[in-house]
Design a protein around this ligand. Structure first.
Ligand code: SAM
Length: 339
């Protein structure tokens, strides 16, 4: 059935319109986080005037930003006093265990990058070079490493429940970044010693994080370029988390082969990442994350967990298992035993 303008009347354009302005929501959050709104409201409710003074912003625009934050359920108002909602208190105030502000700063760094999606599609060149956030730009490197840490604190707590490391002692964490996963495993398993292997500028920041998690005696760092250096041998666990989405199938297959060489017989290889379903068209987050990785790494691309399972079996791993994190976490694990 069509209306007078010839548009089918049962079709609703709202989803398309909402998609076209989705970045308005993001930018309200990114800006409020960057300007320190949630930290300002951490301990007390404040008036509009106090907030504008604290942020160094004009009152009129600040009121509009606060109105949007109220509508987005990030801020609430009572008798003219603004305060954080429970959600903001838990995740947006620095120092809280669930703090995500650094991860949001890293998303903020990516805002311009996503603006050049078209150029990257045409040129094939990532609009943000890996070097920029792994050493070249010190602030972006901190945002990247602490952003990974924020996220890993949530995901890692689930990972230690999903993966049993009882009886295992020697682990390497390839492309281990902040070392959060190694540290969480070390907190749960007192016999685990893990070596976090990553680029030197990243490891300088990881050391602060590992120290803050109280496991620096058993979680150490070692510079390693995973594209060319050998993986240290004689381990009973190899963890490769969040690395496959940066690399081609050929490189990932090479990681599995080198992980096998780095493991003793009976050793466990854990590959954790955002993986897609077979065919790559779902889930939604994985499809978008694949574009994000194309924009930020030379060979960035999300792989399917079924492909990774096949690659591990072809390298002679046994008992290969695919495990999904509980919804809404987009992560999945593929793990298997070296025989
Ligand atoms: C998305 S992060 C994952 C970090 C951590 N494993 C996690 O899951 O939170 C990818 C990591 O690979 C590291 N990386 C990138 N290129 C590398 C290379 N050539 N050699 C070693 N590490 C590299 C980055 O510095 C970063 O820490």
């Amino acid at each position: 059935m069509e209306n007078k303008k010839g548009i089918p009347s049962r079709l609703n354009p709202s989803p398309i319109l909402a998609l076209s302005t989705g970045y308005w929501n993001s930018q309200a959050l990114l800006t409020a986080n960057r300007m320190g709104l949630f930290a300002l409201l951490a301990n007390e409710s404040r008036t509009l005037g106090q907030i504008a003074k604290g942020l160094g912003s004009r009152k009129k625009g600040t009121r509009m930003l606060l109105n949007a934050c109220i509508a987005l359920e990030l801020v609430q108002i009572n008798n003219g006093l603004y305060s954080n909602t429970d959600m903001s208190k838990a995740f947006l105030v620095p120092g809280q265990q669930g703090y995500l502000g650094d991860a949001i700063r890293y998303s903020d760094d990516l805002y311009q990058t996503w603006g050049s999606l078209e150029q990257t599609l045409i040129s094939g060149i990532p609009s943000m070079a890996t070097e920029k956030y792994t050493g070249e730009d010190l602030q972006q490197t901190r945002n990247f490493v602490y952003g990974m840490h924020n996220r890993a604190m949530g995901i890692g707590r689930v990972m230690v429940d999903l993966v049993d490391l009882s009886g295992r002692k020697k682990m390497i964490d390839v492309g281990g970044g902040p070392g959060t996963y190694s540290s969480l495993f070390a907190q749960v398993y007192p016999d685990i010693h893990s070596r976090v292997l990553d680029l030197p500028a990243v490891l300088e920041i990881s050391e602060e994080i590992i120290e803050s998690m109280g496991v620096a005696e058993r979680v150490t760092t070692e510079p390693l370029d995973y594209m060319q250096d050998e993986f240290p041998e004689g381990n009973d666990v190899v963890l490769i988390s969040g690395v496959f989405h940066r690399e081609t199938e050929k490189t990932c297959r090479g990681f599995i082969r080198r992980a096998s060489q780095a493991l003793e017989t009976g050793g466990l290889l854990i590959i954790s990442d955002v993986f897609s379903d077979e065919g790559g068209t779902s889930p939604l987050f994985a499809t978008l994350f694949s574009l994000n990785m194309m924009l930020t790494a030379d060979d960035g691309e999300v792989h399917s967990d079924t492909d990774v399972e096949n690659w591990m079996e072809q390298e002679n791993f046994k008992d290969v298992l695919k495990v999904s994190f509980p919804q809404p976490m987009p992560h999945r694990i593929v793990m298997g035993i070296k025989q």
